[in-house]
Design a protein around this ligand. Structure first.
Ligand code: TXA
Ligand code: MG
Length: 332
């Protein structure tokens, strides 16, 4: 049975945090909020605990985990942090940025998916930071969904997917960002954006100069996670570019009343259910929840607006295109 604690970031519940930290130290799994999505955490230096994460999620063993730490000093204990990486941490952490860095030898191969590098992130959540501090170890945590499902932005969704595996759940309410962190590889001379997220490519380029895109480099092997189709809804998902008018809507076979639409722009035709967002960050925050909702609502297809590439739009497009199954070799 999962021990579930409702916990507020303003007034941290000592007993809840202590129970969760104790579970981490014992090699059990704990779900906790970050600013992006909920994580499924375990002691990242204990290969048995890490294997439990992979088993619970049904995750391929070659897809490495992110280690969550509370400070740059702790990052140094698990990875080589050079001057550029330190500057990035100072500028963007705590926050939705994961740096891929050369790993120290004691980071188990299970955590790194067999790579020589490790992803390191300092999350911007007082609950997460306090849990890491009390555990006394770096916490390996992927998003707390079954492999192939949308990332969870609340505890109820985590428990729906993974309840039987979770010893302790820290419920800090819905997460603020809603999309997973930006993953930036700075283990070699040229920085490479492996996954777009809350810290945008434009910001990173302003700070670092040139940043390359993994998709342009055909180096998908460097970020194993990006090779997999992440989320395949059980009903078709179509991406709509408002600049293309209503042709997509006209071509759909589903009757109007059975279409679920989400986006910022008004849909050009009647639909069964429509969810309108006020801006890109609202879209990002709600995307995964609405995907799950539409799927359960008995609709026959989903149409989602495809935003333009700038800023958060790039991260949203990445997740939407992956969910629609575009250009991925493998589905999970
Ligand atoms: O916002 C987030 O990053 C959330 C919260 C819980 O922190 N975590 C998360 O973890 O999204 P996960 O496992 O769902 O996604 C991690 C991504 C994967 O695409 C993985 O392949 C990539 O980061 N990654 C991790 N370590 C890597 C490494 N050493 N080299 C290349 N890519 C790596
Ligand atoms: Mg994930």
């Amino acid at each position: 049975m999962t021990r579930i604690y409702r916990i507020s970031p303003e007034c941290l519940d000592e007993d809840a945090l202590e129970d969760a930290a104790e579970a981490i130290r014992k090699g059990e799994l704990v779900t906790f909020p970050t600013e992006t999505v909920y994580g499924l955490g375990a002691n990242g230096l204990d290969s048995r605990a890490v294997r439990r994460i992979f088993a619970a999620k049904g995750r391929p063993g070659d897809n490495p985990l992110i280690l969550h730490v509370e400070s740059i000093e702790k990052a140094r204990e698990i990875a080589r942090v050079d001057a550029r990486a330190e500057a990035l941490f100072r500028r963007y952490s705590p926050g939705p940025l994961t740096l891929v860095l050369p790993a120290r030898n004691h980071v188990p191969p299970e955590t790194r998916g067999g790579l020589a590098t490790v992803g390191v992130r300092i999350p911007d959540s007082s609950i997460a930071l306090e849990l890491i501090r009390r555990s006394g170890v770096p916490i390996a945590a992927p998003s707390a969904n079954s492999s192939g499902r949308p990332s969870p932005t609340d505890v109820a969704t985590v428990l729906e997917d993974l309840g039987e595996f979770v010893a302790v759940a820290l419920d800090g309410g819905p997460t603020r960002v809603g999309l997973e962190s930006t993953v930036l590889d700075v283990s070699a001379s040229e920085p490479v954006l492996l996954r777009p997220g809350g810290i945008t490519l434009e910001e990173l380029r302003e700070f670092l100069g040139e940043v390359r895109l993994s998709e342009e480099m055909e180096e998908l092997r460097r970020s194993p996670g990006t090779r997999y189709r992440h989320y395949a809804p059980h009903i078709p998902l179509y991406l709509w570019n408002p600049r293309e008018g209503d042709s997509l809507f006209l071509s759909l076979e589903s009757p109007e009343g059975r279409i679920g639409y989400m986006g910022i722009a008004e849909p050009p035709r009647n639909v069964g259910e429509r969810i309108l967002f006020s801006d890109l960050s609202h879209y990002a925050r709600e995307l995964y929840r609405i995907l799950r909702y539409f799927e359960e609502a008995g609709l026959s297809c989903i149409v989602a607006e495809l935003p333009e590439k700038g800023a958060l739009g790039r991260a949203l497009r990445d997740r939407l295109e992956r969910a629609a199954g575009e250009g991925k070799e493998k589905s999970l």
